[in-house]
Design a protein around this ligand. Structure first.
Ligand SMILES: Cc1ncc(COP(=O)(O)O)c(C=O)c1O
Length: 457
């Protein structure tokens, strides 16, 4: 426990400068109400409401569904039968080759997760105490966590007006003489509109640029290039809610060959290629195992087709939701194929009520991220007070935004049904379509596709 902060409950009007034992993670199980009640009013008023529950029998539409083919299963079997199960097996190398081919980069290394990929990319930038890393406020917590794990400080940037991502001006507003790196996230699979300009800015300033494409694998910038090809490094996640998946996993890739050996060492305990058991640096074990790599390997070549389908899902939703007063759809870029399809309501109360209304019809949804600068984790210990900032665009989106089911099993009739449920919230006299599916349908579709033999067998 750090000295200098009050040990008694503190009534703080604004964010920051508060400390209370109930905020410590060890207290999660004993006193979860206390942990919330001690938060500043600003957080209590804006924090997410409890999640809506499905009607009896579970969800008709999950927000995301893992999608994979029989070939993935057959490859895992082959890996097991051939003893090719570890990170040292042939499958991670095959996966790396597929990634290099898709992104036209010389270096790719499979990792155990998106977070671990980000960890090693940040280590490769040689960041440490006193270094600032510009990160979006509206993104997943792993981004801030990994910056902190390398001892640097995340500096949160607002979303640009009308965008889920920060633009160049939002980054410049937060830049300091200590800025050493920028992480661009392409949140929800919406390409950052300024990515080319941000890449040029980083070059001019000598800042590292890491593209976190965990939500934007296969996403294209307005110029048509794949995002993940602008930065020094790109990292992604292969968690089961992503368009292609290893269950858990990820990769880091680099635009320049010179980064290969360092990244290879950093994902593998700092092993030296020449002298086994002679370690020159401290590093995590961030490698992907052979079974995960075997599972995802054949999916990489399917990614462009899966993204085309995401584009169709987005166009169906845009068409079905057009003209609803008070509801807008997620930012639309030149290539419109977001990982998840977001909608934004007029206010927080409507957002929560509409999510409840969808849940009552079996439609699962998810809130937009709660902005990272407001996360309770920032309010204790030595960092208390340093995050006392206001980022109005990100904070507003977090209050009014949520996303709809967006995955590879969806067809037009599914989105039409979901849109009819949304319309019936705004126009109670409007009829809700008959659902085209029954509960458990996506599992049944998956089973059906896994019963077909893979192209190779
Ligand atoms: C932007 C972003 N970065 C990092 C991660 C972490 O990925 P993982 O869960 O594979 O560690 C995620 C997870 O979805 C993410 O959305």
């Amino acid at each position: 426990m750090s000295g200098g902060y009050k040990t008694e409950m503190q009534a703080a009007d604004t964010v920051g400068k508060m400390w209370h034992p109930s905020l410590y993670i060890g207290s999660i199980l004993e006193s979860h109400e206390d942990r919330v009640s001690i938060l500043p009013d600003r957080i209590k008023q804006s924090m997410p409401s409890p999640e809506p529950k499905p009607s009896e029998g579970g969800w008709l539409y999950r927000v995301l569904e893992p999608y994979y083919s029989r070939e993935c299963v057959d490859n895992v079997m082959e890996a097991m039968m051939g003893g090719q199960i570890s990170s040292g097996a042939s499958w991670p190398r095959k996966l790396a080759a597929e990634v290099c081919e898709l992104y036209k980069v010389p270096v790719a290394l499979p990792t155990s997760s998106g977070a671990s990929a980000l960890h090693v990319a940040l280590l490769a930038c040689n960041l440490g105490p006193h270094d600032h890393v510009l990160v979006p406020a509206l993104t997943m917590v792993a981004v801030a966590n990994m910056v902190k794990m390398v001892g640097a400080k995340p500096v949160y940037c607002d979303s640009a007006k009308g965008s889920v991502n920060p633009g160049t001006a939002d980054l410049l507003k937060k830049a300091t003489p200590r800025t050493k790196a920028v992480i661009v996230c392409h949140t929800y699979g919406v390409a950052c509109k300024d990515i080319a300009e941000i890449a040029a800015l980083c070059k001019e300033k000598g800042w590292w640029l890491i593209e976190d494409i965990c939500e934007a694998m296969g996403t294209r910038a307005d110029t048509g290039e794949l995002v993940g090809t602008f930065g020094d490094f790109a990292v992604t996640s292969l968690y089961a809610n992503k368009p292609i998946t290893a269950g858990d996993g990820g990769w880091v890739h680099a635009r320049e060959k010179k980064h290969h050996d360092r990244l290879k060492s950093l994902i593998n305990h700092g092993f030296d290629p020449a002298y086994h058991f002679l370690h020159f640096e401290t590093a995590p074990n961030a490698k992907m195992n052979g079974l995960g790599a075997a599972f995802v390997c054949s999916q990489v070549k399917m990614l462009p087709l899966l993204m085309q389908h995401r584009g169709r899902v987005a166009s169906w939703y845009r068409e079905g939701l057009a003209g609803i007063d008070g509801l807008s759809c997620i930012e639309q870029r030149q290539v419109d194929a977001p990982w998840v399809f977001g909608v934004e309501t007029r206010d927080r109360k409507t957002r929560d009520a509409l999510r409840d209304h969808l849940a009552a019809q079996g439609v699962e949804t998810r809130n937009y991220f709660y902005p990272l600068h407001l996360e309770p984790v920032n309010f204790y210990g030595d960092d208390a007070g340093v995050y006392d900032v206001e980022l109005p665009n990100a904070e507003h989106l977090a209050q009014v935004g949520f996303y709809l089911p967006t995955h590879s099993f969806l067809e037009r009739a599914d989105t039409q049904f979901i849109c009819s449920v949304i319309k019936s919230y705004y126009q109670p006299e409007a009829a809700v379509d008959e659902p085209p599916r029954q509960k458990g349908w996506a599992d049944a579709e998956r089973t059906k596709s896994l019963q077909q033999s893979s192209p190779a067998s």
